[in-house]
Design a protein around this ligand. Structure first.
Ligand SMILES: *[C@@H]1O[C@H](CO)[C@@H](O)[C@H](O)[C@H]1NC(C)=O
Ligand SMILES: *[C@@H]1O[C@H](CO)[C@@H](O)[C@H](O)[C@H]1NC(C)=O
Ligand SMILES: [Zn+2]
Length: 499
């Protein structure tokens, strides 16, 4: 995902201090992606893209409709701008093109590509079950119901929707010739040519009803977490010759530059999944047996409500296993006799919380109101506010990590309530902070004890996961470890098995 278009560069230079300081960015070298967060803090923040779409992250969502697009069939009399912006090749799209199947109208702005190199034809950004494809196309749309243009939408949590298409080398693809035949005219950075319009739909796979959906970010600076991602399940192909045209023709440097740099390998590395789940619109086919179905909104709210106002001592004694990752139930098998049949716990469609756990949930405490407010948190405004607060007290090198630690729980909760992630431990702690100490302490102790017994936490994983200390809990580092048994880091067991 790459949103800089030629017209938006002006806005960025006015709005972003990073660019005022002349921050450029590349995919490797001293300005490479490890250094992006220095000038673009969101690149080190939460809910980043791309991710590896693994089976265990998938949740079938029966409400996901086929993608519907309007006015994608452009006439040859309409001129499109094909350009090289130094990071990608990009085609501007007319504003009559839009997605009509999402809750808002998302108007098309541009499409662009990410690709590997001739020696390594693997350059997609997203991976599916750790498989990287040769290239990936992003068709970028902005929420035109709510925002007047791309610039205003780009940093809003509901600002962008991107259609992602995985590209493999194989059959020749005539649709790609509509722009590849002009690519010699844009060899160098900032060059652009006008090309006749064509049917943009032909660049997409045949089936628009099968896709992966998750909440993520721009994959290039400034990495705003503002993208509703739709990655089509089925890839398209281009011929080897077409792939070579894309990967060997262009330069990331200007024509007059004495040290020309080839433009290839322009993909970002995989990002942490941050407890996110990936919704799928389909459930047939290889590897999808046992795919969980999304939790009902009611159940999600009940769980949060229980954390907010329920009896935590009860939760610690009886319901603890529900807060732990899959497999942890075994630790408490001795305590809970009805857990004999471990494997079927997740299969049962029983009420998540027993009546006894609910007896004290009926009390109405104001803390619940705060968290269950219907207003959507805006990722960016939240990160922005926290960033400036932290700036007072943190050195620059601690800032990005601190930003993650502080904002992640709130983003995770919002995402959980929207059914876009599992509830992670830092978030549970965050919720518990407002609780009476003795109750929280009880749960704290049980959680800590259970976590101590938890194995398979590799140092590498530990290092990459931010540790936030909310009160007395420790250790804090389990949520992103994939579990060999069951499904990954479901802190709760809110999912139902599909039969
Ligand atoms: C986008 O819209 C805003 C608000 O109407 C306006 O101030 C700004 O100039 C527009 N930007 C572009 C690039 O058109
Ligand atoms: C909870 O309290 C709020 C005001 O503090 C009130 O509007 C709401 O109706 C109450 N809900 C219940 C279930 O008592
Ligand atoms: Zn992109």
């Amino acid at each position: 995902m790459h949103f800089l278009s030629f017209t938006h560069i002006v806005f960025i230079q006015l709005a972003l201090p990073a660019v005022l300081h002349g921050a450029k960015w590349t995919y490797s070298g001293p300005e490479g992606e490890h250094h992006w967060p220095k000038h673009y803090p969101y690149c080190g923040g939460s809910f980043q893209s791309p991710i590896d779409i693994k089976s265990e992250l998938l949740r079938f969502d029966p409400t996901l409709r086929p993608i519907e697009i309007q006015n994608y069939n452009l006439s040859p009399t309409e001129q499109l701008t094909l350009g090289n912006n130094g990071h990608s090749v990009q085609i501007s799209l007319p504003s009559k093109m839009y997605i009509s199947s999402l809750p808002h109208r998302y108007t098309a702005a541009q499409l662009h590509f990410h690709w590997g190199s001739s020696s390594r034809p693997a350059g997609s950004e997203h991976m599916v079950n750790s498989r990287q494809y040769a290239a990936e196309m992003h068709v970028v749309h902005f929420n035109s119901d709510k925002y007047p243009n791309m610039s205003m939408a780009v940093d809003k949590s509901d600002g962008l929707a991107v259609l992602g298409v995985l590209i493999e080398v194989g059959e020749f693809n005539p649709a790609f010739e509509h722009f590849l035949r002009f690519i010699n005219g844009i060899k160098y950075r900032d060059q652009r040519v006008q090309v006749p319009g064509f049917n943009i739909r032909a660049l997409l796979p045949a089936r628009l009803d099968e896709y992966f959906r998750y909440d993520g970010s721009l994959t290039t600076p400034p990495c705003y977490p503002s993208v509703l991602w739709t990655l089509f399940r089925n890839h398209v192909t281009i011929s080897r010759k077409q792939f070579l045209a894309l990967s060997t023709t262009l330069y990331s440097t200007h024509a007059q530059d004495s040290a020309p740099m080839p433009l290839n390998g322009n993909f970002r590395k995989l990002q942490l999944t941050d407890s996110r789940v990936v919704l799928v619109s389909f459930k047939e086919g290889r590897g999808l047996q046992g795919t969980l179905t999304v939790t009902s909104p009611l159940t999600r709210k009940q769980i949060v409500q229980q954390l907010l106002v329920g009896d935590l001592a009860d939760l610690a004694d009886e319901g603890l296993y529900k807060l732990l990752p899959s497999g942890s139930e075994k630790l408490h098998a001795g305590k809970k006799k009805d857990l004999k049949n471990q494997q079927t716990v997740a299969k049962s469609k029983q009420q998540m919380l027993s009546p006894s756990l609910w007896k004290k949930s009926q009390t109405n405490r104001s803390v619940g109101k705060l968290w269950l407010a219907e207003d959507a948190l805006c990722y960016v405004s939240l990160e922005h506010r926290v960033f400036h607060q932290l700036k007072q007290s943190h050195a620059e090198n601690q800032l990005v990590q601190a930003l993650r630690d502080v904002t992640f729980p709130e983003l995770n909760l919002k995402s959980y309530l929207d059914c876009k992630s599992d509830l992670a431990l830092p978030t549970i702690r965050h919720l518990l902070r407002g609780r009476p100490t003795d109750e929280a302490f009880e749960l704290d102790r049980s959680l800590t004890k259970a976590l101590m017994n938890k194995k398979h936490i590799t140092p590498a994983i530990k290092k990459s996961v931010p540790v936030t200390n909310y009160g007395g809990f420790s250790p804090a580092t389990v949520s992103r470890k994939p579990h060999s048994q069951g499904y990954p880091h479901p802190w709760l067991l809110p999912m139902e098995w599909e039969d």
